[in-house]
Design a protein around this ligand. Structure first.
Ligand code: RTP
Ligand code: MG
Length: 153
C-alpha cells in the first residue's frame, strides 16, 4: 500500500468571495488527493493569530490577520502521496506575480495579500499536524479508503 500523508489547506476569504472553492477542490480531487475533512467557517482573531504565529513579528502580521478574519474560508484536510509538497506546487509561489500560470495562485491570485489559498509549509516539519489540530477535532476527520485501494490513493 502506498504511504500517504495528510495536509491542511484553506481557501482564503478572497477565494470564497470570488466563488473559486469548487474549482480549487476540483483540481485537488483530479490530482488524486482524497478529502478527509472539510469545513466552511470564519476564523476569529485568536485562531488567526495562532495559525499565523510564525509571522507575528512581521510588519504585515496585523493586515494578514485582518484579511484572514474578514470573511468565511473553506478549510480542508487532504490525504495523498507527498500531499504537502504536491499541494504547495499546485498552489504556486506566494506572490501571484511570481506564480507560474497553471498554478492556483498563478491563475487566480491578485496580489501578495490576496493570494487565494493557504497550504501547510512542507519545509516546516510539523506544520501539517499543528494546523490540522488547530482547525479540526479528531471526530471531524474521516478515515476512508477509495474502492480500489491498491492503486488509487
Ligand atoms: P500561506 O502561509 O498563506 O499559505 O502563504 P505562504 O506559506 O506561501 O507564505 P508565508 O511566507 O507563510 O506568508 C503568509 C502570508 O502572508 C502574506 N504576506 N505578506 N511582505 C508581505 O507583505 C507579505 N509577505 C507574506 C501573504 O498573503 C502570505 O500568503
Ligand atoms: Mg505559510
Amino acid at each position: 500500500m502506498t504511504e500517504t500523508e495528510r495536509t491542511f489547506v484553506m481557501v482564503k476569504p478572497d477565494g470564497v468571495q470570488r466563488g473559486l472553492v469548487s474549482d480549487i477542490l476540483d483540481r485537488f480531487e483530479n490530482r488524486g488527493l482524497k478529502i478527509v475533512g472539510a469545513k466552511f467557517m470564519r476564523l476569529d482573531r485568536e485562531l488567526a493569530e495562532a495559525h499565523y504565529a510564525e509571522h507575528e513579528d512581521k510588519e504585515f502580521f496585523e493586515g494578514l490577520v485582518d484579511f484572514i478574519t474578514s470573511g468565511p474560508v473553506f478549510a480542508m484536510v487532504l490525504d495523498g502521496q507527498d500531499a504537502t509538497r504536491q499541494v504547495r506546487r499546485m498552489m504556486g509561489a506566494t506572490d501571484p506575480a511570481e506564480a507560474e500560470p497553471g498554478t492556483i495562485r498563478g491563475d487566480f491570485g491578485l496580489d501578495l495579500g490576496r493570494n487565494v489559498i493557504h497550504g501547510s509549509d512542507h519545509e516546516d516539519e510539523g506544520a501539517n499536524a499543528r494546523e490540522i489540530e488547530l482547525f479540526f477535532d479528531d471526530d471531524e476527520l474521516v478515515d476512508w479508503d477509495k474502492i480500489d485501494g491498491s492503486w488509487l490513493y
